[in-house]
Design a protein around this ligand. Sequence first.
Ligand code: MRU
Length: 367
Amino acid sequence: MKIDGKAYRTIWPGDDGASAVIIDQTKLPHRFETVVLGTVEDAARAILTMQVRGAPLIGATAAYGLALALRRDASDAGLAAAIALLARQRPTAVNLRWALGEMHRAVAPLAPDTRAAAAFAKAAAIADDDVETCRRIGAHGVALIRAIAAKKPAGAPVNILTHCNAGWLACVDWGTATSPIYQAHDAGIPVHVWVDETRPRNQGAALTAYELARHGVAHTLIVDNAGGHLMQNGKVDLCIVGTDRVAANGDVANKIGTYLKALAAHDTGVPFYVALPYSTIDWTLASGRDIPIEERSADEVLTLQGQLADGSVTRVAIAAPGSPAANPAFDVTPQRLVTGFITERGLAPADRNGLLALYPERRESTA
Ligand code: MRU
């Protein structure tokens, strides 16, 4: 997608052939800065500190991180240590483990002196595949938006609510939840997006609103608690969110607060869709009960980052000193609250049979 007229992905190989470059998402929306990852420790830190975040991008960054590790130590022990380091940085998004599994399969059978070059090529292939997968998610999802638009008065926008950032910044390009939105917009279908701010880290305010604005998509930022009210009053035609892990029965882990939006959508009859690539399905988990939920620092709840009038960016306390805070970063939405999945292979009911109809090759390996 474009920023100020220039096309970007969220991660790309460095010109020296021995590094990867990312957009530092902790600086958005106030500053656009890139960071060069030169070592596996750089990649691990970028994932942990959320310079990169979003399930598919975490996976792509881990893939490049492994390639960086193999430049230094391509032995079996080096490979295992780098995978262990990268895998423990964030627990919920299964794409991290998926990408490391793909990388291991690609390089483990090779002679150590050829592993680093093969790993860079495989990381680039994982990134390219994510771009095409997300493009296809949009190509399928746009049909939903088109169908709703056809029932509205000519020119009236389709109002779509989304939570967190499941946009191109969360992937390598296009996004998952936003891909249908961008493709509808590009096709001339009027769309308007309600963007949940998504406390505590405000991925909606800082990232989704930012990227929609750069692409010229009409949107309105709302506080996390506004969605139910808007749905009750007929102001939301459709919810589309992303996900960090889908269990084999269709339960969906996504950014904290997603479950409450799904409940409100269910109560008000608003269709609630989850957009995902195949790499986000955890076929080993029978239900969402076993999805590990990341617990993050209380500081993220107790403080807010923002820009002052003089342009400086600062962090301020929002609670009296001494109050403890809890910060579960994800929740699980039961599949019964999800109208359907939007995947690169098409739409499906959000249940085990729906997933297996799209991925029949998984019948044998499913939990
Ligand atoms: O903690 P984050 O920012 O990595 O979480 C990302 C999300 O939960 C997104 O909402 C998204 O749906 C998953 S990535 C497409």
